[in-house]
Design a binder for this molecule. Structure first.
Ligand code: ADP
Ligand code: MG
Length: 369
């Protein structure tokens, strides 16, 4: 069988206790990011996959096993599903030490092998030296490493990670990203990572499923979903900032941000009002130390409205002069310093036509979130 073949297939529909209309699939060795606002049903979806919640109508298939069928005949309980789960809160047993917390997941292993195996999983998550500590003696990051070791110790067919990094500090989080990336390269099972951190999605996941109010809005590869959201609402939910209402004329010229931009890409949209997403990579700053590639294309005059520090970068909010619109983009601090970027200063940017994505005009009846 093809290694990348779809291994986990999930379809869930129900109306109570919360409405669900979710479809997702994940292949071997694939990390799927399940994302959406708080309360959109992400944890409920994981619980359905783990067998902790039974959706009124659903199909959950893993490898060739049916865990739940649509006819309502089959429902395999959580204990019988080989699922590794890591929660946002560590969920370790406080009265057991680290080794015992992992060994508890090794019910399928007998005797002395149990300890050997538990130590193996702890070494994989860089926790070997800590095996006799209690959870209370560990940092947040260390507890999540133990939780991951315990999830892996079941030798699961599916790994489910529910916002595993949200309770640890930024520095630890980045360490955990690297460790998870290393571990996952040896895991040939479907993995689902619940997160609303789009940076995390881009660093760790291969594919993305966006849900909102319990409904799948769009899914696919990270690149496709991030660059080609189907609607302005989806673009906003994905964290995109530069979304505008614009007008497309019969000559495939887009009137946006007070200028006209020639659109070269194919579009199924007719002339008239459209929604527009400008990708961050399509915004080019004109530099005063040397010309930037592409700066002749669609130049705009702006004024810096706001500068917010984001790690090594500034997040700039620019007022586009002559319009009521703004553009956001990131620039590294050293480039900003070299180009004397400051609040209220003037700045020229260019918009590359190839980084413009057109979507249907937002409906007045469905306001943006
Ligand atoms: P997310 O993980 O995306 O934040 P959840 O799946 O935890 O969302 O929850 C979605 C919504 O369903 C929330 O409003 C939550 O309060 C509600 N909810 C979750 N489980 C139940 C339940 N068993 N009964 C009633 N409401 C629930
Ligand atoms: Mg949740």
């Amino acid at each position: 069988m093809d290694d990348k073949a779809i291994t986990l297939q999930v379809r869930l529909t129900q109306t109570v206790p919360i409405a669900l209309d979710v479809q997702l699939q994940c292949g071997k060795g694939e990390m799927l990011a399940l994302t959406g606002p708080s309360g959109s049903g992400k944890t409920t979806v994981l619980r359905c996959i783990a067998g902790l919640h039974r959706a009124a109508n659903g199909m959950v298939k893993c490898n060739d096993q049916v865990w739940q069928d649509r006819q309502g005949k089959t429902f395999i309980g959580a204990q019988q599903r080989r699922v590794g789960l890591v929660f946002q809160q560590y969920a370790l047993f406080p009265h057991l030490n680290v080794l015992q917390n992992v060994a508890i997941a090794l019910s399928h292993v007998k005797g002395q092998d149990k300890k050997t195996k538990a130590m193996h999983w702890l070494s994989l998550t860089n926790m070997s030296g800590m095996h006799d500590k209690r959870p209370a003696q560990l940092s947040g990051g260390q507890r999540q490493r133990v939780a991951l070791a315990r999830a892996l110790a079941r030798e699961p067919d599916v790994l489910l990670l529910d916002e595993p990094f949200s309770a640890v500090d930024q520095l630890t989080r980045e360490k955990l990203y690297r460790e998870l990336a290393l571990i996952r390269s040896n895991l040939n099972i479907p993995m689902i990572l619940v997160t609303h951190d789009m940076l995390e999605v881009q660093q760790l996941a291969d594919s993305l499923c966006l849900i909102h109010h319990g409904k799948t809005l769009q899914s696919g590869s990270i690149n496709d979903v991030m660059r080609k959201p189907e609607t302005a609402r989806i673009a906003r939910l994905l964290g995109h900032k530069n979304i505008y209402t614009a007008n497309l004329n019969a000559n495939k010229q887009l009137h946006v941000l007070g200028t006209r931009i020639d659109i070269h890409q194919q579009t199924a949209l007719g002339t008239g009002p459209v929604s527009v997403l400008i990708e961050p990579s399509a915004i080019i700053m004109h530099r005063n130390d040397r010309p930037s590639n592409g700066e002749r294309e669609n130049p705009l005059s702006t004024q810096v409205n706001e500068m917010v520090a984001m790690g090594e970068d500034w997040l700039l909010k620019l007022d586009v002069l002559g319009t009521n619109e703004q553009i956001s983009f990131r620039v590294s601090r050293h480039v900003a310093a070299r180009n004397n970027i400051e609040t209220n200063g003037k700045l020229k940017v260019s918009i590359l036509s190839e980084g413009i994505h057109l979507m249907p005009a937002a409906q007045a009846t469905s306001p943006l979130p």
